[in-house]
Design a protein around this ligand. Sequence first.
Ligand SMILES: [Zn+2]
Length: 497
Amino acid sequence: MTPKSSDTTIYLTEQEADRIRKTATEHLKKCSDLAGHAREPRDAKAAISQATGAALMADMGTMTLAHPQPITPPLLIVSQPYPPSLIPISELRPIKISELQLSTHHRGRQLAVKRMSPVVTLSTRSWTMVQDDAGEIERLEIALHSTGPGGRDMLESARSFVLKEPYFTLTPDGEPTLRIDHPSDLLTITAPTNKAPASDPANTQLTTTVSPPVKAKSVNATSVGGRTEVRETATMGRGLFVVGQVVKRGEVVMGEKAFCAVSGVGKTAVTWDGRDGRVRVAAVGLERAVVKKLLGNPGEIGQVMGLFGDWEGAGERVVEAGDGPVVDVFRVQDIVARNAFGMGEGGSAGLWIRAAYINHSCVPNAERELVGDLMIVRATRDIAVGEQIFHSYDQSADYEARQKVLITTWGFECGCALCVVEKGDEPAVRETRRELAKEADEFVRVARWPAGRLAIVKGRRLAKKIQETYGEERYRGLPRLATRGIQAWLAKAAASS
Ligand SMILES: [Zn+2]
């Protein structure tokens, strides 16, 4: 996602990306080497003092830094998605900390623990030390989605927890930890107030973080989508089509408020995905906001989970599993990656559910604009009834640059009419075109205003040279993207002289 290509490219050099890949693959190898190994007991006193010290450091960091937002986005390893627990707590058998095995999901089991130390709150995770009934101590971490209702850290919000089908693994630093990815896998136990003492187990209450009643599925009431319909396509999954009557050039095809949008800096993280080995900048702020909104509005889980995402996970059918709403955060992560749009600088991004069905073409028939978090999609030429609506996810004039963004961010290679022809060009021709386009960009950038006669002559000559790299016959009816910048400049110069 984040179609503003600046968002996806500014942070990382190839060297940095390589270093991240190396760190991540080493971590995964270590995890898999240790899979099934017995857990080493921890020294309770040392563990608690470690957490207390770390919590103090984290708090001091927040207080003393002039810029509390991280300057470099944190690294997340997102290679091994797994589904949330779908079994009600009453059907899970208890397990003790001493029975835990490394790099293992303890399916069919549940672990009851008490928090024994302050909570260490970091930008993408929080952790603490917990103890089971047998007095054994272990580290417990919540990854990314650690904020519960009211913006409070879930670990802070209670002292007693039950972990459903606990996952015991390693932190990227190699420290063993119980790890929660899906908020619904962590149940908090709160003692009711004004009743019998909390120590009486019969009076404790088991709750998930958020569990309002499941409402009826709501359908995008805010969108003006009456002229469109979602349909299956032959090669692109589902797409959005014009129905009813032709949409004239310049008319609004649809308008839609964001399902969820976040703005501001510090909302991204660098992720390494073991499934394709790619390093990306992900909109984790938006992922967090979507998960939180869905947990609070389970009636909307289906429509978001119905969007395309690589990880199928629990799928769109699962809304709850006995103990409250269930949201598969790995599916949200993949859905956000493939469907969200950047809204400018610093990781601001939003998810528009209906607009998410609009496929990409380098020769689009529509363009989008944002008014706040309202997305307006407007026809750039007449679109006939039954025709698919396309907009451009990436507007690079250069074929290679465009394909790289499309494959990295959206996971597909474009096969539109323009790409087919451009792909057929000799690599040397594309190289010449790329060089000329660079020259033209530089010319436009430094040109003084108002444009002199000589500059206009030079501009025309450059435009012609770029134009000549496009075969007349083969490019008939197709845009010559590399001439766009210089043509716009020439038009402006002509109008002002
Ligand atoms: Zn294309």
